[in-house]
Design a protein around this ligand. Structure first.
Ligand SMILES: [Mg+2]
Length: 377
């Protein structure tokens, strides 16, 4: 079996309403859909994360990486990953867009291999003995505080027992004072048993994060995510020593090198790799070992990514040794058309658990009509 073609198609879709969060307004979802074909007719699908300018990863896949892999054996997937990184590093690129492009190809190769033996990806990776995974519902975005509390109460009534809430209000809307008020209102609305995760998307400086963190201690928060900018590792380490609130981060890290530093400097309690950014399934699997060795929790990010990345992260969640919880995008604040591009509905949680799809590879079949509809070229 040899790889005969690799293509990347940019996808773009507009949600019914834009999402308001701490770093601005999000009004268009993007993804890079990677398709790998072999000479014996197999197909695997992957996704590169895209926030803006989808032509960047498309060009890297089509012009830099595909020519290296055509004619190669997909069963050498781990070695192909190393070769792609070696090639890119030689030119001075080991983070950023290039690793996002590698991610899409790598996911597609793993999907293809699992399909070739008729196994769902999480079993193919060496299952952890679970066919369903814990999840939390994400995210209650900015709104009037009473409306955010009402949304949280409605999510609990639907059966969710863990909820992520946006914090990092802009100064004009009350800043960190509004954040603490929001969490207090939501804790009051859902009661003491429900897990509340908070996500600041890097909105605080470290001094503000310490002040907010200390006020959150009495509100029993499950984690505070990206309290400070992702590259402020000293800030993370200082904050983790200063407050009794678990810290989570990792959605913006690339490859193992970013996570190595995050871990070695004692920055976080919960690791949140994004499969379509970290370097695909290969990089995520290598992170499991690192996380396990440091007794850190694994809680994959999904967020604004498309459906292929959400599915790949679900399979990784089901096979990870120290898995904690999966990010299920399911509040009324967000509807990403690119999450639901399959011929069957995306798996929904029941009582806080999501059952893994049992089809081969990623487990669901992509709807070609949806791909044509959202293809941006
Ligand atoms: Mg986040």
């Amino acid at each position: 079996m040899k790889i005969s073609s690799i293509t990347c198609t940019p996808l773009a879709a507009t949600p019914p309403r834009p999402v308001q969060f701490s770093i601005g307004t999000f009004s268009t979802f993007y993804a890079g859909l990677v398709e790998v074909r072999t000479d014996d007719g197999l197909i695997g699908l992957g996704e590169c994360i895209v926030r803006r300018a989808p032509e960047v990863v498309t060009t890297i896949v089509d012009r830099l990486l595909a020519p290296q892999l055509i004619g190669r054996d997909p069963w050498d997937v781990e070695g192909l990953w190393d070769e792609m990184l070696t090639l890119l590093r030689r030119w001075g690129h080991s983070r950023g867009f290039v690793v996002e492009a590698m991610s899409g190809i790598d996911i597609a190769l793993w999907d293809l291999l699992a399909r070739s033996v008729g196994k769902p990806l999480y079993k193919f990776l060496g299952g952890a003995g679970r066919d369903q995974v814990r999840c939390y519902v994400s995210k209650v975005y900015f709104d009037e505080i009473p409306r955010m509390a009402e949304e949280a109460r409605a999510l609990v009534a639907q059966g969710h027992s863990a909820i992520k809430v946006q914090v990092g209000w802009p100064a004009a809307r009350g800043g960190h004072h509004a954040d603490v008020e929001t969490v207090r209102a939501i804790r009051g609305a859902v009661g003491p048993q429900v897990e509340i995760m908070l996500d600041a998307n890097g909105a605080y400086d470290v001094g503000t994060a310490v002040r907010v963190g200390r006020q959150l201690e009495e509100l029993n928060v499950a984690w505070l995510e990206e309290p400070v900018p992702a590259d402020d590792l000293d800030g993370y380490a200082h904050l983790r020593r200063s407050v009794r609130v678990p810290l989570a981060a990792g959605e913006t890290e690339f490859g193992l090198f970013g996570f190595r530093d995050l871990i070695a400097r004692g920055c976080v309690d919960v690791l949140q790799p994004e499969v379509a950014r970290i370097g695909g399934v290969t990089a995520a699997r290598r992170l499991w070992a690192l996380a396990h060795a440091h007794n850190l929790l694994y809680a994959p990010h999904t967020g604004f990514s498309g459906g292929i990345a959400h599915l790949a992260s679900l399979h990784l969640a089901a096979a990870a040794p120290n898995f904690y919880t999966y990010e299920y995008m399911g509040t009324s604040y967000i509807q990403n058309p690119l999450r639901d591009i399959f011929t069957a509905p995306f798996p929904a949680p029941k009582e806080g658990l999501i059952a893994l799809p049992q089809g081969p590879g990623l487990g669901l079949e992509i709807d070609p009509g949806m791909v044509r509809r959202y293809a941006a070229r």
